[in-house]
Design a protein around this ligand. Sequence first.
Ligand SMILES: [Zn+2]
Ligand SMILES: [Zn+2]
Length: 371
Amino acid sequence: MAKRDYYEVLGVPKNASKDDIKKAYRKLAIQYHPDKNPGNKEAEDKFKEATEAYEILGDDQKKSAYDQFGFAGVDGMAGQGDFSQTFRGFEDIFGDFSGIFDTFFGGGGRRSSGSGGVRQGANLRYDIEIPFKDAVFGTKVEIQYTKNDACPTCKGTGAANGSGKKVCPVCQGSGQVRHSQGFFSVASPCHNCRGEGYIIEQPCRDCGGGGTQRKRQKIMVTIPAGVENGKRVAIPRQGDAGPGGGPPGDLYVFIRIKPHDYFERQDLDLYCAVPISITQAALGAEIHVSTLDGKNLKVKVPPGTPNGRLLRIRDEGVPSGTRRGSFWIKLLVRVPEKLSKRGRELLEEFSKTEGENDSPKPIALADMGEQ
Ligand SMILES: [Zn+2]
Ligand SMILES: [Zn+2]
């Protein structure tokens, strides 16, 4: 199915304010919320669609990427992250829907570890921008972020010293309650235990029974050489701690690469353009060109070089395992804009010696200048 434009999904104009976007999403989210439309697949799809649109348009950075490049600009940004993370800040608008988002999106935060119903914590997302050169050769970046960490007092269990868990009396441990809706019976997360299936007899004082606390943490992230724009680096177990002592989720570091002033990249090859004079092009020359890592290369310009000729230097491109791509130098022949008196005389003499064709035959545009 073709994707609908995010502005169309939310029914707002392109110049809508942040507030209008939020209001439009709130209206749709309430209308199509799975709580209000149990078992209704169409409402569920509409709700997901609106949520994805809001995930992009509600975030200044993602919105501007979407405005500039459309879906390509935000590819992989929506839906891959953790929704409970996105919504953590919106409890004021929606009330506590966490139980619903959990079961609804079924993301990485919901894998069961198989031991007594404890669940894995949420995956987290962190965005960084790195210089072009660091993306080519790899780097280490220290990042700081806040996550839910296991409460040290109760070791993440949420239970005060010595007390245990008991099966939730409302759902008998299933974590779900069923209601009748006409002919249907519909399951939704149990509110008494927030879908956990058990309740803690004596909640830990330090974390209120949740088993987690917010913690700021610093970690070193290794960015591999040759990383591509928009790719992510997964750091296992550095996401949120699981509720009730469950295993932590993962941290995903999304990478954006700052463009370089003059180097460009295509897969494993690097490109740059270098101006040369008409005499260097005609007579041939030896020039010096810096590589991205600052090496000074001696490069031979062959006599009779046409404008746009590409010179290939092997093994000076992007590293990948044991090999490297090529470095391509595009030679741009510069015609002098101003001539000295002497320069003019010499060129006039050259013109006389060589003769000029005053009726040149047209050639195909594709052959023009470059080769
Ligand atoms: Zn605790
Ligand atoms: Zn329950």
